[in-house]
Design a protein around this ligand. Sequence first.
Ligand code: HEC
Ligand code: HEC
Length: 400
Amino acid sequence: MILAASTQRTIGWVLAIVVMVGFVVYLLFSFRIGKRELGSEVELAANRKPYLDDDELETFRLDRALVWSLVTLTAVSMILPVYWLMEPTRQENAIVDWVHRFEKRGASNFEEACSSCHGPDGVGGVAAFTLVDAEGAFVAQVEWKAPALTSVLSQFDEAEVRHILNYGRPGTPMPAWGLPGGGPMTTQQVEQLIVYLRSIQLDQRATTAQIDAGIVAGARTIVTAADAELTDAVDIEAAAEAWLERASDPTSADYLRYGELIFNNPAAQGANSCARCHTPGFSLGAADEDSTAALLETWPRLVESGILTGWQPAQGHVGPSLEGVETHFPTAAHQEEFVRTGSELGVGFGNARSGTGMMPGFGGRVDPDVVDYDTGGDAVYSRVLTPEQIAAVVAYARSR
Ligand code: HEC
Ligand code: HEC
């Protein structure tokens, strides 16, 4: 389809060039003819030359004129239906072409403005960040995880992503980019970034593989901590798989630990975890008891300033503390539904709380406003967590 669009443009150019060359040739000829000596006006004036006689005019000459009229009439009557047939495709091509142009510009905006933190192609990275206290005094120099953006459109709709891009995320290294938030980018540049983000979303297989890798990594830590004899990589892998098999059963004694692994999933710089928004300091490296203690030892002012006082899983950061969350949702099923869909700006959730749209949905998303040009249908974004994983993570959250 793109090819068709550019073929049309090429034909246009060729026609334009032919017309221009023809015009130049015409000019040159008429200059030369104009310079030629014409001879006697009496002999050569057009109105003095003998013209065709009636016989010839009414047969040969007339026929020729009529044939030419027929030819041009046919051409004109063909052009309209052909135009009518081709116009819809031309318009479609123009849209696809335009989307691709936006995607390309978005890619170069991303390369310039975002990849230093979010990594090339948005695979996740780190942001060097200076934490200061309420008075603006230095607290700590940290490496803040910048999540992968390869499932961001599964988690948020485009209006929510636009909001994040426009206003940034206050209190984190994510700055405001759009003019409404005081950033440098125009509305169009922000739109170009969103179109680019569409192009880097992982398909279902890659999303699932990424999440599973993070969960297996957590399970490996659990099995090696439990059994010091376990050192061979193949054995560790097998033990981790076996542990997950057991723990993911809701009746297992380890079911809540399984939910915790999903909550703290480290893959893709925490992009698919809950902890990055619900556990204080998780994105700074406070990923468990030990790493939190190490961080606080390096930066004692974290405690003094109250920014991070210890390992406080699910005690709230970008999102609220989940302590006592079971009182907000009458049943686990209600809460699972909320985690599946996430929050919407101004829409109530739980017991009459009002959403900001900043809680992601983890059950995947269909966007009827965005055409998938590969399939011609709506854009469909991978689900991040399976219903079983959502049930496990909710069970964990309700146990906090
Ligand atoms: C200085 C580093 C930095 C730069 C530059 C930056 N970001 Fe971010 N961004 C972050 C961090 C860190 C977060 C996560 C904040 C948190 O912990 O909640 C984030 C969060 C986001 C989110 C929300 C993701 C989610 O799932 O919660 C989006 C979307 C995003 N950034 C897009 C962009 C885009 C697009 C650009 C370029 C215009 C950009 N960022 C530039 C550091 C950065
Ligand atoms: C990008 C940040 C972010 C991530 C990641 C995130 N949340 Fe949230 N969460 C929020 C915000 C913000 C709210 C508050 C609702 C709002 O502002 O719309 C919230 C609210 C909630 C609530 C309701 C809390 C209440 O007090 O009623 C639950 C439950 C919850 N999140 C669970 C989860 C689970 C489980 C995960 C992981 C699967 C998760 N969240 C991942 C930001 C996040």
